[in-house]
Ligand binder design. Structure first.
Ligand code: DSN
Length: 436
């Protein structure tokens, strides 16, 4: 076996598993709202020679030789990201969302200081203060929750707690909250209490880039995002921020660094080593794609599809938290169907029917996070493959059938066949011969 053989020649076992995964995604319906399908061009950049390079440092200020072309790639990714989001400063080196968030804490907070984040059980993220995560272990999280009745974020409650606790940072973000975030409202609270405003837009970055969701710019100090969700790029992340530190005199008066420098040095050398240059190349490709006018249509279609799917699920008698969706995702509340704590069972049943989603807590879930009472689903991936409102009706109706008949294997097998027939009409990677 030679060094330059193809994967199929070199490692049949791995090649076969990749083919099986390709078949799974082509024949099924992907509803995990944080997943998407990149373009072939993004995957080509990921598999390029840049995977071999080391380039600690930043463009024009590296530690190793051979950087003639890496600098160009990183600068291109930065320029495209700035244009896409209207950001003043961008760091494209974070390996993924959790490291990016850790880097923001490292840049702005001292250990033990107070901040606020949306509680995981109400649709927040582990890195926004969960007690089992670095953010909750090393800093003091004052969580905020959604209202018990409306299941919406109540900014008056956030304001009250922020004032009482005198927090240094407030995170505005979501991973399972189906409504728009009021970034301007969060910023007003941050201004009133003298706190940094940190927006984690990982889930909605593509919607923002495409004009289908309010942007956190120019309100926030720091914004992180993964690049692989609605933004449809490679697995990875970036941090965007203002150049000047609005709160420099209050918190960093002994530092000569502005906000952009604080963030950059938290990424490297603070918490990371060499950037993954193949990933940077793929990010540049994805940002270039998101700058095209078609991406605006894509982002708007994700939201239209989510509304259509939500309407169909509700028409079939299912309850959605908050009563619907404004973005790309929704959470089905299984409790009214007598299925409290059955999220895991239903996730498996959906798998059997060829529909991929994830179990999720509903706000104030009486059941445990391992066996919660909700299902989270979303439309970024199915929109990428070209599906529209009429397909959402078919999918929503199939999901309701799974929920109503889930112990019945023959019903699930029949739905799987229908799902396969639908999927075949919307190939993800045409010409790869997966379904032949
Ligand atoms: N795992 C991601 C999600 O599904 O929302 C967040 O990190």
């Amino acid at each position: 076996m030679g060094l330059m053989n193809t994967l199929e020649e070199d490692d049949r076992q791995v090649a076969e598993l990749i083919l099986k995964e390709s078949k799974r995604i082509e024949e099924g319906i992907e509803l995990i709202p944080s997943e998407n399908f990149t373009s072939k061009a993004v995957m080509q950049a990921l598999g390029s020679v840049f995977t071999n390079k080391y380039s600690e440092g930043y463009p024009r200020k590296r530690y190793y030789g051979g950087q003639e072309w890496v600098d160009g790639i990183e600068e291109l990714a930065i320029e495209r990201a700035k244009k896409l989001f209207g950001a003043e400063h961008v760091n494209v080196q974070p390996y993924s969302g959790s490291p990016a968030n850790q880097e923001v804490f490292f840049a702005l907070m001292n250990l033990g200081e107070k901040f606020m984040g949306l509680d995981l059980s109400c649709g927040g993220h582990l890195t926004h203060g969960s007690p089992v995560n670095f953010s909750g272990k090393h800093y003091k999280c004052i969580p905020y929750f959604v209202d018990r009745e409306t299941e919406l974020i109540d900014l008056d409650e956030v304001r009250k707690a922020a004032k009482k606790e005198n927090v240094k940072m407030i995170i505005s973000s979501l991973t399972a909250y189906p409504r728009k975030l009021d970034f301007k409202g969060f910023q007003e609270i941050c201004d009133e209490v003298g706190a940094y405003h940190f927006a984690d837009i990982s889930h909605i970055a593509g919607l923002i880039a495409g004009g289908a969701h309010e942007s956190p710019f120019p309100f926030t100090d720091v914004v992180t995002t993964t690049t692989h969700k609605t933004l449809r790029g490679p697995r990875g992340a970036m941090i965007m921020c203002k150049v000047e530190d609005r709160l420099h005199d209050k918190y960093h008066k002994d530092s000569q660094k502005n906000l952009a420098q604080l963030i950059d040095s938290a990424v490297f050398p603070g918490l990371q080593g060499g950037p993954h240059d193949n990933n940077t190349a793929a990010k540049a490709v994805a940002f270039g794609e998101a700058l095209q006018p078609e991406f605006k249509d894509y982002a708007k279609q994700i939201v239209r599809n989510a509304k259509a799917l939500a309407d169909e699920l509700m028409a079939k008698g299912l309850r959605l938290t908050t009563g619907g969706t404004d973005n790309h995702l929704m959470v089905i509340d299984l409790r009214p169907k007598g299925l409290t704590g059955k999220g895991k069972e239903l996730q498996h049943a959906m798998d059997e029917a060829g529909i991929t989603l994830n179990k999720n807590t509903v706000p104030y879930d009486p059941a445990s996070p391992f066996n919660p009472s909700g299902l989270r689903c979303g439309t970024p991936a199915i929109t990428t493959r070209g599906m529209k409102e009429s397909e959402m009706k078919v999918i929503g109706s199939a999901m309701a059938k799974v929920i109503d008949n889930h112990p019945n294997a023959s019903v699930l097998a029949k739905i799987r066949e229908e799902i396969r027939e639908l999927s075949k009409q919307f190939p993800i990677y045409p010409g790869m011969g997966i379904l032949e």
